[in-house]
Design a protein around this ligand. Structure first.
Ligand SMILES: Nc1ncnc2c1ncn2[C@@H]1O[C@H](COP(=O)(O)OP(=O)(O)OP(=O)(O)O)[C@@H](O)[C@H]1O
Length: 256
């Protein structure tokens, strides 16, 4: 049984079919790249999988459970987490608090426990603190735990976004342009980091990315979209030679 099965997904915004007849199966442990030109529908696919929009038609099954129509927090609880194309952090809060806040959908106490500071609340807070620190350590951010998130360099803010997604304890991690704005050496570090956290947290990863260096190095398989439809899929070296892909997006110079 695939971990994720997306069947004939479609969504329209007004007259525009942003995603049309989109199908995807992912096996546990895969790293798959979702690529395509601007406006191809990639982020919309993420928004559909994570419940930000209900599809017009089609279904999404995760670990054998149909998740179509569920709310984003329910999908997060089931084990799908994401990062965003535009970094979404609480920039005035500390790095640690940013990760602690991301544990909220998973905390196991009631409001009354928090109000009365019951043993259950205190134990849960201690667990969240220790797990947050462990995640920050894994992502090389523990030494910045007390700093304001907004004061981190750009690449570190992207890592913090991934740290927040990991607080969801995902089985499937969706990364939306994680290398945007990074220089080549940061991109190389990111490739290593994604491989490392995949092993460390038993993840399956779907990544949207324009940086071909990352896509070709990291992904085992690629799905290419253009104008809302899948125009190619296969191994990275197959996709980079596909004439439809070359004319739609990559351009021979871009993949050399
Ligand atoms: N909430 C929305 N309302 C209306 N149109 C939308 C909405 N979200 C996306 N679209 C449109 O759907 C199409 C696909 O957008 P999407 O953001 O999914 O593309 P993308 O492949 O992720 O692009 P990029 O690489 O530039 O991020 C675009 O034409 C976009 O303008």
């Amino acid at each position: 049984m695939p971990l994720l099965k997306v069947d004939q997904l479609e969504i329209s915004f007004g007259g525009l079919k942003a995603v049309s007849n989109f199908n995807l199966e992912m096996e546990t442990g895969e790293i798959v790249g979702l690529i395509g030109p601007n406006g191809a529908g990639k982020t919309t696919v993420f928004n559909l999988i994570t419940g930000y929009f209900p599809p017009t038609t089609g279904s999404i099954t995760f670990e054998g459970t149909v998740i179509t129509g569920k709310k984003p927090y329910q999908i997060c609880q089931l084990g799908i987490a994401r990062t965003f194309q535009n970094i979404r952090l609480f920039s005035q809060n500390t790095v640690l608090d940013n990760v602690r806040a991301a544990f909220q959908p998973h905390s196991r106490y009631w409001l009354i426990d928090a109000f009365l500071r019951t043993p259950r609340f205190l134990a849960e807070e201690a667990r969240i603190l220790s797990e947050s620190q462990e995640i920050l350590d894994t992502l090389g951010l523990l030494h910045r735990a007390g700093d304001r998130a907004g004061s981190l360099p750009y690449g570190a803010q992207r890592r913090l976004e991934i740290a927040r997604a990991l607080a969801c304890k995902p089985k499937l991690l969706l990364l939306d342009e994680p290398a945007a704005g990074m220089n080549p050496s940061e991109v190389r570090e990111l490739v290593k980091l994604v491989r490392f956290i995949k092993e460390r947290f038993d993840l399956t990863v779907l990544v949207i990315e324009h940086q071909m260096g990352l896509v070709m190095n990291l992904c085992e398989r690629l799905v290419v979209m253009d104008f809302g439809v899948t125009i190619a899929e296969g191994l990275p070296h197959e996709v980079r030679e596909n004439p439809k892909v070359l004319s739609a997006y990559l351009g021979r110079g871009a993949v050399a």
